[in-house]
Every structure is written in C-alpha cells, then in structure tokens.
Design a protein around this ligand. Structure first.
Ligand SMILES: NC(=O)c1ccc[n+]([C@@H]2O[C@H](COP(=O)([O-])OP(=O)(O)OC[C@H]3O[C@@H](n4cnc5c(N)ncnc54)[C@H](O)[C@@H]3O)[C@@H](O)[C@H]2O)c1
Length: 451
C-alpha cells in the first residue's frame, strides 16, 4: 500500500488554495472516494488512470475485497483498467475511513435512497459526513456527488464540518458536483460527459473545478452548490415527466386503437422542438423513480407543491398495472385466464444491456401477475437471479424454443440488444411487447401485442 500523506500544518491559511491546486495539477494529490459503487468505482479508476494515488472507502467488506483482488463488479469500468490500477498500487480499497481521512481530496458517492414513505433518506450522506468531520484537516477538498435535494451540501455537511472550527473556503474546501453517468452508454462516458460544479465559496469552486478538469473534458462552474444540486434533480425530473407524458399518450393510444410507436417514430422526424422519449412498463434504476421525490420533499418546506412531479410519479407507477391489463386482455383473446397461465417475462434489468435491476418495473409487473395466480418465470442474460420484495429468490431460465413455446404468453419488459427477437417471435405462442423490442421482426406480427 502506498503511504498516505500526513496532515499539512505549517502553511498559512491563504496558501491552501494554491497548494491544493498545484497538488491536483501535478497529480501528487491523494484522492479518496467514499462509496465505491456505480458512481464511485468508475470515478476512482479514472483518477488512478491519470496518475493519482486513490483510496476507495466502502462499508461493504465484500466490495472492498473484490477491488483489492482486481475483480470488477461494475460493467462501465474496463476490467483491465481496474486490474492495472490495483496491481500498480494506484488504487487501494479499504473499510477503514481513517485512510480516507488523510486524503487531499475526498469525493462522497454514497447512496441517497427513499424511506418507505418516499421521503429522502440521507443517512448515508450524514454517516460519511460525520466520518469526514472527525478527520477534517486544513488543505482538504470535499466534494459531494450523491444526488440529493438542493441545500444538502450547505445545510447538512457544512454545519458538521464547521463544528470543528475550520473555515470553509480558507482552511478547507467544499463543493457539490452531481454525477451524470448513464450506465451502459458507450458514447458518453465519465470523460466526455460535462460536469457541473458548485462551490460553497469561490475558492471552493476553484479547487473543485481544477480537480474535475483533470479527467473531464468540459467542467461547468455554477454559482453555488444549490444550483448544482437543483440542476441534477431537474435533469432527472425532466426525464421522469417526459416519460410520463409518453406513457399517458400510450394509455390514450391504447384506448383509441392508435399505434403509439408509429406516433413516436413519426414525431421524432421533426427536426426541431421535439425530443424522443419512449413509453414502457414504468421507470426504474437508482435515479428516475427516486430523485424527483427529493425535490418534491424539499419543495414542501417552501409551501410549494410540485404538481408535475406528483403526476409523473403517479402515471409512471401505474404502468405495471397497465401491462397486467394488456397481458390479461391478450390471454382473454385466446380464451385463457390469468390465473394459472404460464408467463415468461423477458428482462429484469430496468433498461437494456445492463445488469441493474434496482427499482425495475419488471419486478412490480412480476409481483402483480404472480399475485393474480399466474405461474411466472423469467429470462435475463444480465440478471441470473434476483430476490423479490417477499424474499423469494428467482433464477433466470435459459431462453430455449421449448421455454418460449411452453409459455401461454411471453412478456417483454427489457429490450436487451443481444436477445434474438426473431427466435423469440418464431417460438412464442403470443407476445406482449412493452418496449417495441420486436420492431425489426417481420414474421408472425399477428402474434405480437405492443404496449
Ligand atoms: N447509478 C447511477 O447511474 C447514478 C447516476 C448518477 C448519480 N447517482 C447517484 O450517486 C449516488 C451513489 O449511487 P450508486 O449508484 O453509485 O450507489 P451504489 O449502491 O452502487 O454504491 C454506493 C456504495 O456506497 C456504499 N456505502 C453506503 N453507505 C456508506 C457509508 N456510510 N460509508 C461508506 N460506504 C457506504 C455502499 O456499500 C455502496 O458500495 C446516489 O446518490 C445516486 O443517486 C447514481
């Protein structure tokens, strides 16, 4: 393990900005990443790749051990990049925060889930913030990257850090910079996705922007952390609302017997004033179903009711029930009941070509159908097994001609690129396709029911 720098104590306060800036620029700064998951691991590897000594801190000892063995668990990270960083000693993972506490730059990438009542659960930010506060020393930069409501950096972290007597912007630096990673996106990676940064003071912004510029092509400085926090929740709210709009259109098109996919294809040809969103079985992942509720919760503190967010949440949450209705009608047309029907669900991941099934609408769809007495199995090449909310572990079954033919209905919930959709259509009795995954299949179209 490489040595961790000891505390800097001989500098005058005004020197900390220039000292940290030059350490960041010449890569002698030691970087700590707290929370080494979907966001933290790619960040840590990127920083190690350009020459920083990086320490990753996580409370999950299994993840820490995996990293130290060079074993990758995030698809967006290139296996060789991780292995190289670990073997060279440039990236070391630990469950001991004190290692991180000595770093020059500490980036916080811990989860920000919702409570069962859909209120923000920032306990992970508070917990890791308390660790930082215990170890805070002059000359450090702390950046929060977790998605959260506007105000978290200055209302939650800043008071914790200020309690120790150090002055922000003079002795240490604090900023918020949201992560925008789009898992599975090959075109936009950490490096070429613009990064927004807001510092508590101009000196905080200065060092934080310098830090991000080392690995990211475009860094956009905004006035303060609240602007950066609001930018991130707005971006995800924008997606949630637009997806809800097309989902509502899909419900209407179903009632009017109009092909929603043909409408979307046609609308997308307009060269200006439109942006394509597709309907589907609902929204999933760690961001879109959760983040707008962070904003809605904070808005209530200001006597403000975020009607678009509530409505979008309601429509998107209703989609698994509409999928159930589609399956029910499809079976009914064939003289079958949902009870005891054999259903094969294709896709558990919340979107194509990734293994992430957190908050996936497929889980809800399966739960609803199983509650109605259907015999549900699933196939997902990226998700070999998962545990449903009742604790039942389900295993992916192989996608064979027999498995397809045996199902009374095949339900497509994720449009993974590698799936042979011709093969699926060729062997299935009937298909309910919620993603238009079968759009390029020309045979047996009368056996396909689109959302
Ligand atoms: N996954 C995405 O695509 C994405 C994109 C943009 C922003 N975000 C945001 O980034 C944040 C992190 O998300 P993620 O997807 O990387 O989560 P994750 O669950 O993949 O990783 C978080 C890691 O933090 C660890 N952790 C939790 N509490 C900790 C603590 N107190 N101390 C140390 N480690 C702790 C967990 O063990 C886990 O390994 C969230 O706020 C999320 O909303 C995620």
């Amino acid at each position: 393990m490489s040595p961790v720098p000891t505390a800097v104590s001989t500098l005058r306060p005004t020197d900390y900005v220039s000292q940290l800036r030059s350490k960041i620029e010449d890569k002698s700064a030691v970087v700590g990443v707290a929370g080494i998951g979907y966001v933290g691991l790619p960040l840590a590897v990127e920083k190690a790749k350009v020459g920083y000594q990086v320490f990753g801190y996580d409370r999950n000892a299994i993840r820490v051990a995996q990293i130290n063995q060079g074993s990758n668990y995030i698809r967006d990270v290139v296996d060789e990049d991780l292995a190289k960083a670990v073997v060279s000693g440039k990236f070391v993972a630990t469950t001991d925060f004190s290692t991180l506490g000595n770093c020059d730059v500490i980036v916080l990438c811990v989860p920000t889930p919702l409570t069962p009542n859909k209120d923000p659960d920032i306990s992970h930010v508070r917990n890791v913030g308390a660790e930082v506060a215990r170890h805070l020393r002059p000359g450090q930069l702390i950046c929060l990257e977790s998605t959260t409501y506007p105000g978290t950096t200055e209302e939650v972290l800043l008071p914790m850090f200020a309690a120790g007597g150090l002055v922000v912007g003079r002795d240490y630096f604090l900023a918020f910079s949201p992560e925008r990673v789009d898992p599975g996106n090959k075109r936009y990676t950490t490096r070429n996705t613009n990064k927004v940064v807001g510092g508590v003071t101009s000196a905080c912004l200065d060092v934080a922007a310098t830090f991000y510029k080392q690995t990211i092509i475009d860094v956009l400085a905004v006035a303060n952390p609240r602007v950066a926090e609001m930018t991130k929740v707005f971006e995800n709210t924008f997606r949630a609302v637009n997806i809800a709009l097309v989902n509502e259109m899909a419900l209407l098109c179903d009632r009017m017997d109009i092909d929603i996919w043909a409408v979307m294809d046609a609308a997308a040809t307009k060269p200006f004033g439109i942006m394509r969103f597709d309907p589907g079985p609902g929204v999933g992942g760690h961001c879109i179903p959760l983040d707008p509720f962070y904003l809605a919760w904070k808005a209530r503190q200001y006597d403000f009711h975020t009607r678009f967010i509530e409505l979008a949440g309601e429509i998107n949450a209703s989609m698994p029930y509409f999928v159930r209705e589609k399956v029910l009608r499809t079976l009914n047309d064939r003289g079958r009941a949902l009870k005891n029907a054999r259903l094969l669900v294709l896709g558990i991941a919340y979107k194509k070509d990734i293994p992430d099934w957190r908050e996936s609408p497929a889980l809800k769809v399966i739960d609803i159908l199983a509650r109605d007495g259907a015999d549900v199995t699933y196939h997902d090449p990226f998700v070999p097994s998962f545990q449903d909310e009742h604790g039942k572990v389900r295993q992916s079954i192989p996608l064979t001609a027999k498995a397809l033919a045996d199902a009374d209905c095949v339900l497509i919930t994720t449009d993974h690129t590698q799936t042979d959709w011709d093969f699926v259509v060729q062997h299935a009795q009937v298909i309910v396709d919620t993603r238009n995954a079968t759009k390029n299949v020309s045979s047996r179209r009368d056996h396909i029911v689109l959302l």
